[in-house]
Design a protein around this ligand. Structure first.
Ligand SMILES: Cc1ncc(COP(=O)(O)O)c(C=O)c1O
Length: 277
C-alpha cells in the first residue's frame, strides 16, 4: 500500500472500497458500515420507518433482520412465503396495511424481484432487501440489489466475501443515501443532525477491496461444487430448492427440499456427506 493510511476517519480507504462496490453492483451510491445489522438499522432510519409503522417480513428471515426492526420501534408483520420461492406471498399482504417491506432472499437464492418492486411501487412504500447472502445473486442478469430502494449487505465471515465484520448499503436514491450517511456518521457532528457511529474501519475497507476481487472466482467455484453435489445425489426424496426463473443464486448455501420427509433422512444426508465429501 503506497497510500498514506489513516487508522480512523480515513476517507480514502472507505471511498475506494465504496467505489469498488458501486462498480461491482452497478449502484449510484454506496455506504460502508460496521455490520449487516447496522446496514438494516440505517436503511430503516433513512426510509423514516419507526414507531407506529408496520414492516412486512417473512418468518424465514433470521433474528438479525428482525432485531433492527424492533430497535427502530416499528412492528413486524409476518407473512408467509410463496410455495416455490422464499419471497413473501404478496397475495397474503394484499389486504393489509404495511409501511415497508424487507425481503430476505435467504442463502443466496433469488426471488422474483420485479414482483416485489411492483408491489412496493403500487403501495408507495419503501422496499428494502436484506442481501446478506446475495453478493453475486442476480435476477434478469442484473444484481438483485438493483430492484429495491435500499439493499443491505453483511460482510461478516460467513458471507460471500468478508471483511471479518462489516456491511454496506447500496441505493440509487440520493436522498436516502444522504440520510443514511448522516445517521451512520453521528450526523457528521454538524450540531444539527442526529446520528450514531456505524462507520466501517479503514482496515476492514482495505480487506474488502482485496476480497471483493475474489468474489467472481468464489461464485464460479460454488457453481462447480453445486453441480458436482447435485449430480451425485441419487435419492428421489431430496431435490434442490426450486430456483426462481431468470435468477442466478450466489450459492452462499446449497439448499435442499425433502419431498417426502422420512425419519432418518437427515442422518442419511450426514452419512452421505461424511462418506462422499
Ligand atoms: C440474512 C442476514 N441478515 C443480516 C445479518 C446480520 O449481519 P451482521 O452479522 O454483519 O450484523 C446476517 C448475518 O448473519 C444474515 O444472515
Amino acid at each position: 500500500m503506497n497510500r498514506k493510511f489513516e487508522y480512523s476517519n480515513s476517507k480514502e480507504s472507505i471511498q475506494k472500497y465504496e467505489s469498488a462496490l458501486k462498480e461491482y453492483f452497478n449502484a449510484k451510491y454506496c455506504l460502508a458500515v460496521s455490520s449487516g445489522t447496522a446496514a438494516i438499522t440505517v436503511a430503516l432510519h433513512a426510509c423514516s420507518i419507526g414507531s407506529g409503522d408496520k414492516v412486512a417480513l417473512s418468518p424465514v428471515a433470521p433474528l438479525c433482520t428482525a432485531f433492527p426492526i424492533i430497535y427502530s420501534g416499528a412492528e413486524i408483520n409476518f407473512f408467509d412465503i410463496q410455495t416455490e420461492s422464499l419471497a413473501l406471498d404478496y397475495n397474503l399482504i394484499e389486504n393489509n396495511v404495511v409501511d415497508a417491506i424487507i425481503e430476505v432472499p435467504m442463502w443466496g437464492y433469488p426471488i422474483d424481484a420485479i414482483q416485489s418492486r411492483e408491489f412496493a411501487t403500487k403501495r408507495e412504500i419503501p422496499l428494502i432487501f436484506d442481501l446478506a447472502h446475495c453478493a453475486g445473486t442476480t435476477f434478469n442478469d442484473k444484481p438483485i440489489s438493483n430492484y429495491c430502494d435500499i439493499a443491505c449487505f453483511s460482510t461478516q465471515k460467513n458471507k460471500m466475501f468478508s471483511t471479518g465484520e462489516g456491511g454496506f448499503l447500496l441505493t440509487d436514491n440520493e436522498e436516502l443515501y444522504h440520510r443514511a450517511k448522516l445517521f451512520s456518521t453521528m450526523g457528521e457532528l454538524d450540531g444539527v443532525n442526529f446520528g450514531v457511529n456505524f462507520k466501517l474501519s479503514p482496515f476492514l475497507a482495505e480487506i474488502g477491496i482485496a476480497n471483493l476481487k475474489q468474489l467472481n472466482n468464489s461464485i464460479q467455484r460454488r457453481i462447480i461444487n453445486r453441480n458436482f453435489i447435485i449430480s451425485n445425489i441419487n435419492n428421489n426424496n431430496i431435490v434442490e430448492h426450486a430456483n426462481t426463473i431468470n435468477g442466478q443464486p450466489s450459492y452462499q448455501r446449497l439448499l435442499f427440499r425433502t419431498k417426502n420427509f422420512k425419519p432418518g433422512l437427515s442422518e442419511w444426508l450426514d452419512k452421505h456427506e461424511t462418506t462422499n465429501g
